[in-house]
Design a protein around this ligand. Structure first.
Ligand SMILES: Cc1ncc(COP(=O)(O)O)c(C=O)c1O
Length: 452
């Protein structure tokens, strides 16, 4: 493709195409991505980049997998689409549901498919409300989420999302969504003497439930590792306590594993790290490694039992046209096979610590406040002042300049606040991990030479 073609394409893009999180300031010099292979992305100018975030935390098996293209083509040629509404079924959806019950938490026995993360969380919220109505407790409707949470941007999921920028121009939020604190150890406030951050954050969840009235709370939703909010890894004592608190107050626990599912943290699903099981699991992204859109929820036996036993007039009237899409499910099945056969979950468990250790060595740079991560999800948080943890003056656009320097050196990724986010495809090699680390060091040093 010539440079002239790219210029013409971008003119049309600016005239006709709206992008997620749109503002022209962020779209002044966009990449037009044309090819991917393994962890490498190529743009229309022919430049190659390491895909530092697996695009949008989803391309877990890496780019350019012919076997996924073939799975889609084969299914499309046989039966591209069929309704999956009650009264109909298709083979890939049944097989994928069955396979998911083998790899996810043992208490989750049934699957409902969606087309993405927000639809999954919407389904989870509605199912939590449904469950309590079916159990004769219709007043349990509230959803508690956390600060820095990202659960999607439909009206209800936006209302659960805990990052103010996403709501400002779309207020008011849907009623009955409430927020509690995140277990963000680096910046946590309010720990009592003798308490750990994990204990304090769990205590504050319980206080929120009690303040709202447990009889009004349907569910608590949490990402096991918060992604878009800045890769916030909880202390080990947090989720076991959260599970106890939810059970004690009859609050369903929804795990949003849209990012953390399918190997990202070195386990099939991340709560496994802490021996905890949710009542509802939301998934998307890595189920197909992004090759086609697919998501879903899995539900515990008591919730399924409620669906099976309600009178017909009270049935679960929830639906999407593309629930159980045969082509997407066929790709999902093949993608799970790749993850399993190539040992990519175990690989993430090996490569993640290497990436984290490499990045931790950057703590010798004065601008690096904290490095954290779990599996192949790592963050480098930059600070203007290490002692006070003060952020850089936003006018100086330090993080934007660091991101640009990373791109100059061949690493493409995303940032939030003053945090670099890294979550490369699980197929990454040792040499590529080390390359990311050295690019990040050079990129930070190029922007902040006096703080090296
Ligand atoms: C944890 C989490 N939940 C939900 C979503 C929303 O998914 P989607 O963009 O597919 O609606 C995302 C998207 O990044 C996410 O990271």
């Amino acid at each position: 493709m010539t440079t002239l073609d790219v210029a013409a394409l971008l003119t049309q893009d600016r005239q006709h195409l709206l992008h997620p999180l749109y503002h022209p300031a962020d779209h002044a010099q966009p990449h037009v991505w044309i090819r991917g292979s393994g962890v490498t992305l190529t743009d229309a100018t022919g430049r190659e980049f390491i895909d530092g975030l697996s695009c949008l935390w989803n391309v877990n098996v890496g780019h350019g997998r012919r076997e996924l293209a073939e799975a889609a083509a084969e299914q499309m040629a046989t039966l591209a689409f069929s309704t999956n509404y009650a009264g109909s079924a298709n083979v890939p959806a049944i097989r994928l549901a069955r396979r998911l019950t083998e790899i996810a938490y043992p208490n989750l026995r049934a699957v409902f498919f969606t087309s993405g993360g927000a639809e999954s969380n919407e389904s989870a919220f509605k199912t939590a409300r449904f469950y309590w109505k079916a159990r004769g407790r219709p007043e349990k409707v509230k959803i508690i989420a956390r600060q820095y949470a990202y659960h999607g941007v439909t009206l209800a999921t936006m209302s659960a999302t805990g990052i103010p920028g996403y709501t400002k121009m779309f207020e008011p939020r849907v009623p009955h969504f409430v927020h509690t604190v995140a277990p963000y150890a680096y910046r946590f406030e309010g720990v009592k003497p003798g308490e750990s951050v994990g204990q304090a954050a769990a205590r504050m969840l319980e206080e929120t439930i009690l303040r709202e009235g447990p009889e009004t709370v349907a569910a608590f939703i949490a990402e096991p590792v918060q992604g878009a909010g800045g890769i916030i890894v909880p202390p080990d004592d947090y989720f076991p306590r959260v599970r106890e608190i939810c059970t004690r107050h009859d609050v369903l626990f929804i795990a949003d594993e849209v990012i953390t599912g399918f190997g990202r943290t070195g386990r099939w699903f991340a709560l496994d790290r802490w021996g905890v099981q949710p009542d509802i699991l939301s998934f998307a992204k890595g189920i197909t490694s992004g090759y086609v859109p697919l998501g879903g929820i899995m539900i515990s036996e008591p919730i399924r039992e409620a669906m099976l036993s309600v009178p017909y007039a009270d049935r679960w009237m929830h639906a999407y046209t593309y629930s159980g899409h045969p082509t997407c499910c066929a790709v999902g099945l093949r993608n799970l096979e790749i993850l399993e056969k190539e040992g990519l979950v175990v690989r993430a468990d090996r490569m993640g610590p290497r990436l984290l250790a490499g990045l931790r060595a950057l703590l010798d740079l004065k601008a690096v406040g904290e490095v954290r991560g779990l599996g192949l999800m790592c963050a480098v948080e930059l600070v203007a002042d290490r002692a006070t943890k003060a952020a850089f003056d936003p006018g100086k656009n330090v993080i934007g300049r660091v991101k640009a320097e990373l791109e100059v050196r061949g690493l493409f990724t995303r940032t939030v606040r003053d945090i670099l986010l890294l979550a490369p495809p699980l197929v990454i090699t040792e040499a590529q991990v080390d390359r990311i680390v050295s690019i990040v060091r050079d990129g930070i040093t190029a922007v902040l030479p006096d703080r090296a």
